[in-house]
Design a protein around this ligand. Structure first.
Ligand SMILES: Nc1ncnc2c1ncn2[C@@H]1O[C@H](COP(=O)(O)OP(=O)(O)O)[C@@H](O)[C@H]1O
Ligand SMILES: [Mg+2]
Length: 212
């Protein structure tokens, strides 16, 4: 079994006010990894301008599109803007919020705005930074701890490297990935689904013998 217990409903939302940080790519990759691990997972595509996740699901197949709550695990892909009421509602309803960012200083600025919004909404107890497009040995890759401190949110221990295979995966699915790419994607999926959700924590505090 990987991560969250099978009887739990989990909504995982990928966000960043900036476009191009990898929200859609990682939504799709995470769904593929969870499916590979035998989990029932759906994608909820709320980026209605681009609809990349929708098109991917329809053209590549294998992952259902559904509203949160229909599948045990729902991955929500969001548009690159934070000023919509819909995005705020989605963030509030999420069990886990993943702020996707590259280690580039340009992404740090918009990620700071997104992190500030998450903190302002009182959602930092469920929000984590996921570093994407890491290039091994670069100066930027060494500064990730400092960047997380600036954003004021914890970073996931697992990270996603820059790999062309991830671009192909959005075209052809899991088979595009080599063993290293599969391994790191599964590691991220496992870390995210293992996060203890605030609601779960609350329920187990109230009923110590009846954990969900
Ligand atoms: N880890 C990665 N390695 C290589 N290319 C990536 C990676 N993550 C994202 N990309 C590429 O970056 C571009 C933007 O990614 P996308 O997921 O569409 O961003 P967003 O949904 O945040 O706008 C796409 O062309 C995608 O293939
Ligand atoms: Mg997108």
């Amino acid at each position: 079994m990987i991560g969250v217990p099978y009887n739990t409903i989990m909504v995982i939302t990928f966000t960043n006010g900036k476009g191009g940080t990898g929200k859609t790519t990682l939504s799709v990759l995470l769904a593929l990894a969870l499916k590979e691990a035998g989990r029932a997972v759906a994608i909820h595509d709320t980026d209605l301008l681009q609809k990349t996740a929708t098109r991917w699901s329809q053209e590549v197949g294998g992952i259902e599109l559904a509203e949160p709550g229909k599948a045990p695990i729902t991955i929500v892909d969001t548009p690159p803007r934070l000023d919509s009421a819909q995005t705020l509602t989605l963030l509030r309803k999420s069990d886990v919020i993943i702020l996707v960012t590259s280690p580039s200083p340009a992404d740090l600025f918009t990620s700071q705005d997104t992190a500030a919004l998450i903190r302002r909404e009182g959602l930092s107890d469920r929000a984590y930074i996921l570093y994407n497009r890491i290039e091994v040995g670069t100066v930027l890759a060494r500064d990730l701890e400092a960047m997380a401190a600036k954003l004021g949110l914890p970073a996931l221990a697992s990270r996603i490297h820059h790999r062309q295979a991830y671009q192909h995966a959005v075209l052809v699915g899991w088979k595009a990935l080599g063993s290293k790419a599969r391994e790191e994607t599964l590691r991220v999926a496992l870390e995210i689904t293992a996060i203890e959700q605030p609601l779960q924590r609350l329920r187990s505090a109230l009923q110590p013998d009846n954990r969900i």
